[in-house]
Design a binder for this molecule. Structure first.
Ligand code: ADP
Length: 294
């Protein structure tokens, strides 16, 4: 049997060529997309999906053409939050059209295809197969989604990433250096620690990190119309990347996410104003900076 040291180059598997071919097929399908932004963290439950959807809403309100790809195939939240659960996927001449939210954001989420009563299972070659195998299946699915759906001409395609610092880097690798990252944390040391790992891991590659958003930075009490403290952590995040803004926790936002309806008075509330500021920061930090289209 050959040991690793006995294998020269790619061992005759053409693996590097195959990866390069797959990469160019992925970018071929996205030539009409001006900016690719992945919203990650490393940590789960910190508001990646919520911020992706509502930042997309704030950008859409500026007249930009936006789509969201919910890359959390095993825990897809966008379908419910964006109100596209059970939406119809209409085959076009070449590709399949994406469902849209009421404010015109195109959304792909596994949650539109698979009901919440079912789990997504990647067909396995053997019981208990390795993580590497699973990751390969996951990324082939992602590349199929990028190829098969009509992304069209977009100002911004946002990827809502699954948790895991190492996985965040795998996505960076897969999506290529054109993709910039926004990292989401909450003001807890636990979350900041995981996000710090993602920063270190991402910084080794060529992808730009636009900055981080601190979600749940305070609790918005509608009765007293004031933002109150929620976590007792130090104010400074200690993260060595720009802060794109802070967003308070608003129970109304959580309720609207659960029901998949847009928060009607979002721009008028503290959470709405906060999201609007973050959206502006995000536009300004892109290369080249993005202008509103109206
Ligand atoms: P993640 O994508 O990081 O796993 P989610 O976006 O699914 O996290 O958020 C977890 C839960 O917290 C969801 O129910 C969501 O509606 C709620 N949530 C997140 N951010 C806020 C916020 N700023 N205000 C109110 N609820 C929020």
């Amino acid at each position: 049997m050959k040991g690793y040291h006995d294998i020269g180059g790619d061992g005759g598997s053409r693996i590097l060529e195959q990866v390069a071919e797959q990469r160019s097929r992925i970018t071929d399908g996205l030539t009409g997309v001006r900016h690719l932004v992945a919203v990650g963290s490393g940590k789960g439950g910190v508001g990646k999906s919520t911020l992706t959807l509502h930042l997309a809403g704030a950008l859409r309100a500026r007249g930009l053409r936006i789509a969201i790809l919910d890359a959390d195939f095993n825990g897809p939240s966008q379908a419910r939050m964006a109100g596209v659960q059970g939406a119809l996927f209409v085959p076009g001449r070449h590709k399949v059209a994406l469902p849209r939210t009421s404010n015109g954001i195109a959304v792909f989420s596994m949650g539109s295809l698979i009901p919440e009563s079912q789990a997504l299972e990647f067909e396995s070659a053997a019981h208990g197969e390795s993580h590497t195998w699973r990751a390969t299946r996951e990324f082939s699915l992602l590349s199929e989604i990028l190829r098969s759906f009509e992304w069209g001409a977009l100002d911004l395609l946002m990827f809502d990433l699954p948790p895991g610092a190492e996985r965040t880097v795998q996505y960076a690798d897969f999506l290529g250096p054109r993709t910039s990252f926004v990292l989401v944390t909450i003001p807890s040391e636990v979350s900041r620690g995981v996000v710090a790992r993602s920063v270190v891991a991402l910084s080794k590659g060529p992808n730009r990190i636009l900055g981080y958003v601190e979600n749940m930075s305070g609790y918005y009490c509608r009765d007293c119309d004031a933002v109150k403290p929620l976590f007792a952590s130090p104010e400074s995040s200690g993260l060595d990347i720009p802060c794109l803004g802070t967003v308070p926790f608003d129970p109304d936002l959580a309720r609207h996410c659960d029901q998949g309806i847009p928060l009607a008075d979002l721009p008028a509330s503290p959470v709405g104003r906060a999201l609007d500021r973050v959206a502006q920061q995000l536009m300004d930090s892109l290369e080249p900076p993005m202008e509103p289209s109206r």
